[in-house]
Write a protein that binds this ligand. Structure first.
Ligand SMILES: [Zn+2]
Ligand SMILES: [Zn+2]
Length: 332
C-alpha cells in the first residue's frame, strides 16, 4: 500500500502502516439532535450480517445449551462445576488469543494487510515480564485474567441458581431479553470509560494500569494482559446481573464480550482477511490510538464519553499534539 493523497481516507500514512477512514467512527446513538437512521445503521452494522457481536451471542447460546454446568448443579459450591467453568474460559481465551496470534503474527497469513502499527511484538525488553512481550501478555491474561473472570462467573452462577438475582427468560420478557443484547456493549462502554479514567490517575496508573500499557504495539494477548486489580474492576461488571434482570445467556455473553473481545480489539489489525472478499472486522483503531498516545480515547466507540469530555483522538496530528500536552500536564 502506498501513501494516498487524502489523509482522511483509509490507507497508510507516515504514522501508520494502515488506518481506517478518519475521523475515527463513534456511535451516533447519543447525538443531539437525534440521528435515528444513522443510529439504526450503527446497530445493524454492529450485529449483521456476520460480526463479532453476533459470534459471541451465538457462542453464548451454544454454551448455555450444550456445555455444563446447569443451574441445578450450581446451587451448591462444588469444585467439579467450578473447574468446568475455569476450563471453558481458559480454552476459549487461548483459542481466541493464540488463534489470532498464530494467524496474524506467526504464520502472517495476511502479511501486513490492515495492520495498524508497523512494529511487531517486543523482544529482549526489560519492561516485560520474562523480557518478552508475548510471554508477559500470556502470563497476565491466563494467570490473573482467566482466574478472576472465572471467580466472577462462579459467584454469579451460584447467585442465579439460588434466586438472588432478577432472573428472566425469553418467554417471560421477550422484548427485554433481546434489548439487553443490544444494550450490553453500551453498558460495558459506560463502565469501561469510568474505570479506565480512574486507572489513568497517575497514582493508579503507575501501580496498576501500566501493566496493560507495557504493550504499545498491541497484539492479541495484550488485550487481557492486566494487573489483577484492573481485572477485578474490569470483570467486576459481571456483578451488574445482581440488579439487571437477565438470563444466564446474558451473563455468558457479557463474559465473552469483556474477556474474549480484548483479543480482537487488541489484535493490531482492523480486519481478519478470510478469503478473496471475506473479511471480519476485529480491530479497534480508537483503542490503538490510546495505546500509542495514552491520554486520549479512554472509552470505546459504543459511547461518546471522550467526545463529551474533550479527550477524543480522531486520528489527526492535532489530536496527537493535544494528547501529548495532556500527558505532560498530568505528569508535571
Ligand atoms: Zn489506558
Ligand atoms: Zn488496551
Amino acid at each position: 500500500m502506498t501513501t494516498q493523497e487524502d489523509p482522511l481516507k483509509a490507507g497508510s500514512s507516515r504514522e501508520w502502516n494502515w488506518h481506517p477512514d478518519l475521523p475515527v467512527a463513534v456511535t451516533p446513538a447519543f447525538s443531539w439532535p437525534p440521528r435515528p437512521i444513522a443510529t439504526l445503521k450503527w446497530f445493524a452494522g454492529n450485529w449483521l450480517p456476520i460480526t463479532e457481536y453476533l459470534i459471541y451471542a451465538l457462542m453464548a447460546f451454544a454454551t448455555w445449551a450444550w456445555l455444563p454446568p446447569s443451574l441445578a448443579e450450581t446451587q451448591e459450591l462444588h469444585w467439579s462445576w467450578i473447574l468446568q467453568i475455569w476450563a471453558r474460559n481458559l480454552i476459549l481465551m487461548t483459542l481466541f488469543a493464540q488463534g489470532l496470534h498464530v494467524w496474524l503474527y506467526g504464520w502472517k497469513r495476511q502479511g501486513d494487510d490492515f495492520k495498524y502499527d508497523r512494529r511487531g511484538l517486543a523482544r529482549n525488553n526489560r519492561v516485560f515480564k520474562f523480557n518478552d512481550q508475548y510471554w508477559d501478555n500470556v502470563f497476565y491474561a491466563l494467570v490473573s485474567g482467566v482466574t478472576i473472570w472465572t471467580g466472577f462467573d462462579v459467584l454469579m452462577w451460584y447467585a442465579i441458581a439460588n434466586g438472588w438475582t432478577p432472573l428472566i427468560t425469553f418467554e417471560s420478557n421477550p422484548v427485554w431479553f433481546v434489548a439487553l443484547f443490544l444494550l450490553m456493549p453500551v453498558i460495558q462502554s459506560f463502565h469501561f470509560y469510568w474505570l479506565h479514567r480512574a486507572l489513568h490517575i497517575p497514582f493508579l496508573y503507575r501501580r496498576v494500569h501500566s501493566v496493560h500499557h507495557r504493550s504499545v504495539s498491541v497484539a492479541p494477548w495484550s488485550g487481557f494482559s492486566m494487573h489483577p486489580v484492573e481485572h477485578l474492576g474490569y470483570m467486576g461488571l459481571l456483578l451488574m446481573f445482581f440488579v439487571v434482570p437477565a438470563h444466564p445467556v446474558h451473563l455468558i455473553f457479557m463474559g465473552y464480550w469483556l474477556a474474549l473481545a480484548t483479543a480482537t480489539s487488541h489484535a493490531g489489525f482492523e480486519n481478519l482477511v478470510l478469503g478473496e472478499s471475506a473479511r471480519l472486522r476485529i480491530g479497534s483503531f480508537h483503542h490503538q490510538l490510546h495505546h500509542r498516545y495514552f491520554e486520549c480515547n479512554y472509552g470505546n466507540p459504543e459511547m461518546p464519553w471522550d467526545n463529551w469530555f474533550g479527550s477524543y483522538h480522531d486520528g489527526s496530528p492535532e489530536a496527537t499534539a493535544e494528547a501529548r500536552e495532556r500527558k505532560k500536564q498530568m505528569y508535571s
